[in-house]
Design a protein around this ligand. Structure first.
Ligand code: NOJ
Length: 533
C-alpha cells in the first residue's frame, strides 16, 4: 500500500475502504441507474480522495427486490450495471490507480429468480431440488399456518406458501429464499463463487448477514426455545468460514463479515486467525455521540479484538444506516433499526459539525475505516417521497418505517448539471433532493472548508502518519466530555464533547482540525484535532 508502513499483504489492517452502492454512485449510460461505467469514470475522484479499496454492494444479476441482495446469478453482472468484462476492467483499472476491490457475497439467501429456486418450485415437495432451501409443510389443520413462529428481519412472517401448499423460509423479503447450508452443494457452490471472483482479481469479500447463515434443521419455535439460537451465530458457521479462509489464503484475499452480535466473545470467534480477517464494528456505528459511550465502545472494541489478533474496523454509516449528519443532528444520536421513524427532526448544522469530528476520530483509531459513498460529501438522509420508496423494509413494516432509501439517493457530482451531475438523462431510480446541487462534489472540491476537503486532507495525512498504521492507542485523559489519546509518542487526537472549550496538550504542530480552534487556541465543542507532539 502506497505510503503505508505495513507490508503489502497486511494492507487491510489499516485500510480506508470506500463503499460503493453502485446503483447510486454515478450513471455512465444515462438510464437513471448508476453503473460500472459510472464508477470507472470516477476512479480519478476516488484516487484523489485517497481510499485504499472499494467495497461494491452486490452487482450481480438481480431482480432488485432488495437492492441487489437478491442474487439471481453470482457469475453475471446485472445488465443495468454493465457486464462481466466491464467488471474485470474496473477491477484492473482500480488496481492500477492503487485501489483494491472488495465484492459482496450473500450466502444466506438467493433471489427467487435464481435457477436453483425456480427448479425447486418446479420439482415439488420431497424433491432433491427443494433440499437446497428450507421448505416445510405448514401448521394448522390444512397447513395454512407458517411452520414456526420466527419473524423476518424486515418484519412480518419469514415464510411464504407456494402453490403446492409447502412453505419456504426467507429471513428477509419473500423474494429472498434462505439456502440450506447443511447441504454440501450449497457449500460447494459458494466456494466456487469465491474462487471465480478471486481469479478475477478481487482482493476481498464482504459477507452479508454472516451470522445468520446456518440453521437448526429442526427449525424450532423461538418461544420457549432452550439452547443455541436456531439461526443466529450457530457454531456450524465457523467450519464454513474456515473453509472460505483457506480459499482466500490461496489468493491473498481477505474477508469482512457483517456480524451483528451483542456478545463480544462470540463476535471475536469469527475473527480467529483461521476465520475472517475483519468484521464490521456495529457497536461503534450504533453508539450515540457521547464521549463516555464512545470511549466505552472504543475500549470494548479493542479489548474484544486483541485476543484474536484481528484489527478493528470503524464504521459510521452504510447503505442500511441513517446518514451520519442527520443522525448526529437528532436528539437521539444512536442508531437502531427499530427506532427508524418518519419526521424525526435534525439540526443538520450540528450534525455536520459532529460528523466532521467523528471523521477525524475514526480515522485516528487503530484499524481499518469504512467510508460510505456520500459521507465524504456530508450528505444528509434524503426524504424520499412515499410513492418513490422501493425498500422492502418500508413495505414489510406496513409502511410505518421509512426504510433505507434515504441513504441510497444518487450522488450529486456537478452543481449546474441535470440531476446534479449524477449522469442520468432520465429521472433517476430515486429522486435527488432539491438542495443536492449545493452539495455537489465539484463545488466541494473548490471549497477548502467542505466535508470533501476535510476527508481528502485527513486521508492524505493518514497515509503518511506511520503511527496511525502501527502504534496502539493510549488514553491521555479521564476528563469527562473529552476524548484524548495518543498513537505512539508523536501523535495525538482530541475530541471535545463538552460545552466549554478544551485546552490542548503541549504540541509542536496542529496537523488538522475538524472546525477551527477558538481565538485562544482551544478546542471548541464537537470538534476534533490531530496534533503532532
Ligand atoms: C444486510 C445488507 O446490508 C442489507 O442491505 C440487506 O437487505 C440484508 N443483509 C439482506 O441481504
Amino acid at each position: 500500500m502506497e505510503g503505508s508502513q505495513l507490508a503489502a499483504d497486511d494492507w487491510w489492517r489499516s485500510a480506508v475502504i470506500y463503499q460503493v452502492y453502485v446503483r447510486s454512485f454515478a450513471d455512465g449510460d444515462g438510464d437513471g441507474t448508476g453503473d460500472l461505467t459510472g464508477v470507472r469514470s470516477r476512479l480519478p475522484y476516488l484516487a484523489e480522495l485517497g481510499v485504499d479499496a472499494l467495497w461494491f454492494t452486490p452487482w450481480y444479476l438481480s431482480p432488485m427486490a432488495d437492492g441487489g441482495y437478491d442474487v439471481a446469478d453470482y457469475r453475471a453482472i446485472d445488465p443495468a450495471f454493465g457486464n462481466l468484462a466491464e467488471a474485470e476492467k474496473l477491477i484492473a483499472e482500480a488496481r492500477e490507480a492503487g485501489i483494491r476491490t472488495i465484492i459482496d457475497i450473500v450466502p444466506n439467501h438467493v433471489s427467487d429468480q435464481h435457477v436453483w429456486f425456480k427448479a425447486a418450485l418446479a420439482a415439488g415437495p420431497g424433491s432433491p431440488e427443494r433440499e437446497l432451501f428450507h421448505f416445510r409443510p405448514g401448521r394448522g389443520a390444512h397447513g395454512e399456518l407458517p411452520p414456526n413462529d420466527w419473524e423476518s428481519e424486515f418484519g412480518g412472517v419469514p415464510w411464504t406458501r407456494v402453490e403446492d401448499g409447502e412453505w419456504y423460509l426467507h429471513l428477509f423479503a419473500t423474494e429472498q429464499p434462505d439456502l440450506n447450508w447443511a447441504h454440501p452443494a450449497v457449500r460447494q457452490e459458494h466456494e466456487d463463487v469465491l474462487r471465480f471472483w478471486f481469479e478475477r482479481g478481487v482482493a476481498g469479500v464482504r459477507i452479508d448477514s454472516a451470522a445468520l447463515v446456518a440453521k437448526d434443521p429442526a427449525l424450532p419455535d423461538l418461544e420457549g426455545h432452550q439452547g443455541p439460537h436456531p439461526y443466529v451465530d450457530r457454531d456450524e458457521l465457523h467450519d464454513i468460514y474456515r473453509r472460505w479462509r483457506a480459499i482466500a489464503d490461496e489468493f491473498g484475499g481477505i474477508f469482512v463479515g457483517e456480524v451483528w452480535l451483542p456478545d463480544a466473545e462470540r463476535f471475536a470467534r469469527y475473527l480467529r486467525p483461521d476465520e475472517l480477517h475483519t468484521a464490521f464494528n456495529f457497536t461503534f456505528l450504533s453508539c450515540p455521540w457521547d464521549s463516555a459511550l464512545l470511549r466505552r465502545a472504543i475500549d470494548d472494541t479493542l479489548a474484544e479484538h486483541a485476543p484474536v489478533g484481528a484489527p478493528a474496523t470503524w464504521v459510521l454509516c452504510n447503505h442500511d444506516i441513517t446518514r451520519t449528519v442527520t443522525r448526529y443532528g437528532r436528539e437521539d444520536t444512536g442508531f437502531a433499526f427499530t427506532a427508524k421513524a418518519f419526521g424525526v427532526p435534525s439540526d443538520l448544522e450540528l450534525g455536520t459539525r459532529r460528523a466532521r469530528a467523528a471523521a477525524l476520530l475514526s480515522l485516528a483509531l487503530p484499524g481499518s475505516v469504512y467510508l460510505y459513498q456520500g459521507e465524504e460529501l456530508g450528505l444528509p438522509e434524503a426524504d424520499v417521497p412515499l410513492d418513490r420508496i422501493q425498500d422492502p423494509m418500508y413495505f414489510r413494516s406496513q409502511e410505518r418505517a421509512p426504510g433505507r432509501d434515504g441513504c441510497r439517493t444518487p450522488l450529486p457530482w456537478a452543481t449546474g448539471e441535470p440531476f446534479a451531475g449524477f449522469g442520468s438523462t432520465v429521472e433517476p431510480w430515486l429522486p435527488l433532493p432539491a438542495d443536492w446541487p449545493s452539495r455537489a462534489a465539484d463545488l466541494q472540491e473548490r471549497d477548502p472548508g467542505s466535508m470533501l476537503a476535510l476527508y481528502r486532507e485527513a486521508l492524505r495525512q493518514r497515509r503518511s502518519l506511520t503511527a496511525l498504521h502501527t502504534e496502539p492507542l493510549r488514553w491521555l485523559s479521564e476528563e469527562p466530555g473529552l476524548l484524548l489519546f495518543a498513537r505512539g509518542d508523536h501523535l495525538v487526537c482530541a475530541v471535545n464533547f463538552a460545552e466549554h472549550p478544551a485546552q490542548l496538550p503541549a504540541h509542536t504542530e496542529v496537523l488538522l482540525t475538524s472546525c477551527p480552534l477558538d481565538a485562544d487556541g482551544r478546542l471548541p465543542r464537537d470538534t476534533a484535532v490531530w496534533l503532532a507532539l
